[in-house]
Design a protein around this ligand. Structure first.
Ligand SMILES: NC(=O)c1ccc[n+]([C@@H]2O[C@H](COP(=O)([O-])OP(=O)(O)OC[C@H]3O[C@@H](n4cnc5c(N)ncnc54)[C@H](O)[C@@H]3O)[C@@H](O)[C@H]2O)c1
Length: 339
């Protein structure tokens, strides 16, 4: 941490598309964040993200780790590069914010967990949708017992993606993306389900499909069922092939006393025998809130909402879903966190 101004000095690794939202998020947290450096082999991308901030520019993140005055890194790389960057940053003693997915395999997950534990740094998964006010309020209603014992959680994240083979880049290949749509956009409804379900995932079954984006190596759509150790059953639908039907919830939860549902903005809940309650919540910038939460976790020494523990559980659900589709059976969620 900078001792003078008590900001977390961040070095961005990967200055592509999503990095723009992260850089905007730094600017929303001037009291706690300094954008100190950026690393990307494509100079023009690094320069674009640095803008007029004065952030130091590096082609190689290893040079940034050894030379730049930074406390933390923010990893916005293609999926197959996450693990190496996490391990390198941890070994350099830097705290880590990492875009989804945490990494791609059980072996990588073990390496990540070991490196973070050995270094004693904080790793936060950049699970931006947890910072939607509707999600935070839903979590509060579930935790304070408003719905009673929880039975089911549903999450949906589907949209009509106009990817074509020319503009899809590393996302078109399983080797660089880790699979298909499920380990990419499908990661969001998976961590959202985990967060709301509040238990550990134990088994999973899935059906994958390629409805439209036939040039992808992996699936463009997935339907997944998950059983959690607290008895909650999760249902997840995610797709790049089509928009969800009108009225489909972004997330919902049902318990013994009633239910809640949200389109991601408005949250309503309905207890049996009572009138529905509709909550209009103030919108926030998800990435600004996420980066602010990361910085506060570092400055205050508090646990971020999702660390590598939850990142590994989300990866476990997704790898279990892939295994289920391959074996056409219910798969155990692999326990990846034993190092
Ligand atoms: N949270 C969200 O809603 C959301 C949305 C989009 C992407 N993402 C995630 O963000 C990550 C990046 O996705 P993107 O869409 O920005 O990808 P992108 O392809 O636009 O950007 C990747 C960047 O990494 C750079 N890069 C490649 N190798 C590098 C290296 N060794 N060192 C430094 N930089 C390197 C590339 O030059 C490029 O600028 C992925 O994990 C993706 O899943 C999250």
């Amino acid at each position: 941490m900078s001792t003078n101004d008590r900001t977390v000095r961040i070095g961005l690794i990967g200055a592509g598309g999503i990095a723009g939202a992260h850089v905007a998020g730094y600017a929303l947290n001037p009291e706690t964040v300094t954008f100190a450096a950026v690393a990307d082999p494509v100079r023009a991308s690094a320069e674009l993200r640095a803008g007029s901030t004065g952030a130091a520019i590096y082609a190689d993140y290893n040079d940034m780790l050894s030379q730049a005055d930074i406390d933390a890194v923010d990893i916005c790389l293609p999926h197959h590069l996450h693990k190496d960057a996490i391990v390198a940053a941890a070994r350099a003693g830097k705290h880590i914010l990492c875009e989804k997915p945490l990494c791609l395999t059980p072996e990588e997950a073990r390496e990540v967990a070991a490196a973070v534990a050995a270094a004693g740094v904080t790793l936060m998964c950049a699970h931006n949708q947890l910072f939607l006010p509707a999600v935070a309020k839903a979590k509060e209603l579930i935790e304070n017992g408003t719905l009673g014992r929880l039975y089911e959680v549903r999450t949906t994240d589907s949209f009509y993606n106009d990817f074509d083979p020319e503009n899809m880049g590393w996302r078109a290949h399983a080797k660089t993306s880790g699979g298909g749509e499920l380990i990419d956009t499908g990661y969001h409804p998976t961590y959202l389900m985990l967060h709301l379900a509040g238990g550990a995932p134990v088994e999973v079954t899935s059906m994958l499909a390629t409805h439209r984006l036939t040039f992808m190596e992996g699936e463009d759509s997935a339907n997944v069922l998950v059983r959690f150790d607290n008895g909650v059953i999760g249902t997840l639908v995610t797709s790049w092939a089509y928009e969800p039907a009108d009225g489909t919830e972004r997330f919902s939860a049902v318990g013994e006393l009633g239910s809640l549902t949200s389109d991601g903005t408005v949250l309503s809940y309905h207890l049996r025998g009572e009138e529905p309650v509709i909550l209009e919540l103030e919108p926030v910038d998800q990435f600004g809130a996420e980066i602010g939460h990361f910085a506060r976790s570092i400055l205050d020494g508090t646990r971020p909402l999702h660390t590598e523990k939850e990142g590994i559980e989300v990866l476990g659900i997704i790898l279990g879903a892939y295994e289920s589709a391959r074996s056409r059976s219910i798969a155990a969620v692999p326990s990846l966190d034993r190092v």
